[in-house]
Design a protein. Structure first.
Length: 396
C-alpha cells in the first residue's frame, strides 16, 4: 500500500509526538508499505527514503530575522504544494494534525484519496493552559472548531486513548465506529535493560552523577501538563532528608526557563540536571542510569484526554519502576505491580512514593521485572502497527 504521512511537526526535535511518527513510519515500512513523509526538519533525514521537507527558509536567515522556526503559515503553504505534486502517487493520506487534514482536504477530494486522521492530544485543551486571557480563549475556540472540521473531513480517526474517543463523540458528533483507539508503545529493540556497568559508569560521569547517588529521571516535553514543576517541588522536599539523590530532567519545552528559575535560589540546585534536547538514541542510556522513572502528570488537560505516555513504556522497557499520577490510562501501573500512583499535583505524596522505592531495592527490581514483561507482551510497537494495518485495509 502507498501511504503519504503528512505533518507540520519538526521531526528533528526529540519529543513524544516525533517518536510516535518515526515508529509508525518505520513499522509500516517493515510491513512492506511504500511510505512518503512530508514534515519539517532541520536535518536531511536520510533514514526516510521519500522525505519531503517543509523547511525551506535556511536557518541562517531565520536567525537573522530573529525566528527560531519557520512560521507555520509558510510550512502549510509548502505542504499544499507538495500535495499538488505528489498526492497522485499515493493511496492513503495519514495526517498527524487537524491543520494537515484541512490543508489536504481539497486535493484528496480531487484525487479520491482516503484520509486517516491521527489524534494524540486535543490542541484546543492544550491551548487553554497557556493563559486565561480573552485572546487565548478565542484561539482555543477557533482551534476546537478546526479540530471538529478535520474529524468530519476524515474517513477514519485513530486516537491514543479512550478518553479522546469519548471527547470526539460528545463534542464533535463523531460516530463511534469511525474512531479507533490505538495507544502508544515502545520499541524494545531500542529500549532495554543495559547491564554493562562500564557503559553506565561512563554516562554517570558524563552527567556529573557520583557512584553513590540515586537517580530519578523524567523524560519528555517540558510543558505545563507534564507536572515537572511538581517533581521539582517534591525533589526539594526529599533533599531535605536525603542528600544522595539527583533528578535528571531530559527534554526541552516552554516551561524550561520557569523550572530552572524555580531551583535557581535552592542551595542544592546542582541536584537537578537539565540535559535539554538530546539525541533519541541516547535516551535509553539515561533511563538505564536511573533508579526510578517519573511521570507526574497534572489533572488539567489530562482529565479530558487521558494519557498513553511513551516515557512510561520506555521506563518499563529499561526495567525501571514508575512513579506517576492517578490519570485515566495509567491504572495498570498499580494493577500490574510495575510502580506507584499518587494524587496529581501532590508534591509531598510524590516525594514519599519516590523515597519508599529508593529505600526498597528489592521492590524496585520486582516492579522493573514486571514492567519489562508487560511492555514486551502488550505495549510493543509491532502490535500497534498491526492494528493500523487492519484499519487501512478496511477503508481501501
Amino acid at each position: 500500500m502507498r501511504i503519504l504521512y503528512i505533518t507540520l511537526e519538526d521531526i528533528s526535535i526529540h519529543k513524544g509526538s516525533v517518536v510516535h511518527i518515526r515508529e509508525i513510519i518505520e513499522g509500516l515500512e517493515r510491513h512492506g508499505h511504500f511510505i512518503g513523509l512530508v514534515a519539517r526538519s532541520l536535518n536531511h533525514e536520510k533514514n526516510f527514503r521519500r522525505f519531503y521537507n517543509l523547511n525551506k527558509i535556511p536557518v541562517t536567515i531565520l536567525r537573522l530575522i530573529k525566528l527560531n522556526n519557520q512560521p507555520y503559515i509558510i510550512s502549510s503553504f509548502f505542504l499544499l504544494i507538495y500535495l499538488i505534486r505528489i498526492l497522485p502517487r499515493y493511496d492513503i493520506i495519514y495526517a498527524g494534525e487537524y491543520n494537515a487534514v484541512i490543508i489536504a482536504y481539497l486535493r484528496r477530494h480531487l484525487y479520491q484519496k482516503k484520509v486517516i486522521f491521527e489524534i494524540n492530544g486535543l490542541a484546543n485543551e492544550e491551548q487553554k493552559l497557556k493563559d486565561a486571557s480573552l485572546l487565548n480563549k478565542i484561539k482555543s475556540f477557533l482551534i476546537k472548531r478546526a479540530e471538529k472540521i478535520a474529524t468530519h473531513f476524515s474517513d477514519k480517526i485513530i486516537c491514543v486513548t479512550p478518553q479522546i474517543k469519548s471527547y470526539l463523540i460528545k463534542n464533535f458528533a463523531c460516530q463511534s465506529d469511525k474512531v479507533e483507539v490505538i495507544g502508544n508503545g515502545v520499541n524494545t529493540e531500542k529500549f532495554f535493560p543495559i547491564l554493562d556497568e562500564k557503559i553506565l559508569s561512563k554516562w554517570r560521569t558524563r552527567l556529573g552523577i557520583e557512584p553513590e547517588e540515586s537517580v530519578v529521571i523524567f523524560v519528555g516535553n517540558l510543558a505545563r501538563w507534564q507536572g515537572v514543576d511538581i517533581l521539582i517541588e517534591s525533589g526539594i522536599q526529599l533533599l531535605k532528608k536525603r542528600k544522595n539523590i539527583k533528578f535528571l530532567i531530559v527534554g526541552d519545552g516552554i516551561m524550561k526557563k520557569v523550572l530552572m528559575k524555580k531551583i535557581a535560589t535552592f542551595f542544592q540546585r546542582d541536584k537537578f540536571i537539565f540535559t535539554g534536547m538530546i539525541n533519541y538514541s541516547d535516551i535509553p542510556f539515561l533511563i538505564n542510569v536511573a533508579n526510578i522513572g517519573v511521570a507526574p502528570f497534572i489533572l488539567k488537560r489530562n482529565c479530558w484526554t487521558g494519557v498513553s505516555p511513551l516515557k512510561v513504556f520506555e521506563y518499563m522497557a529499561c526495567k525501571k519502576p514508575v512513579v506517576t499520577t492517578g490519570i485515566d490510562g495509567l491504572e495498570f501501573i498499580e494493577k500490574e505491580g510495575v510502580g506507584k500512583i499518587v494524587m496529581p499535583g501532590e508534591a509531598m505524596e510524590l516525594a514519599e512514593a519516590i523515597d519508599d522505592l529508593l529505600i526498597d531495592k528489592e521492590k524496585r527490581e520486582e516492579m522493573g521485572q514486571k514492567g519489562l514483561k508487560l511492555v514486551v507482551e502488550k505495549f510493543n510497537w509491532d502490535s500497534k502497527i498491526n492494528q493500523i494495518n487492519r484499519i487501512m485495509k478496511e477503508i481501501i
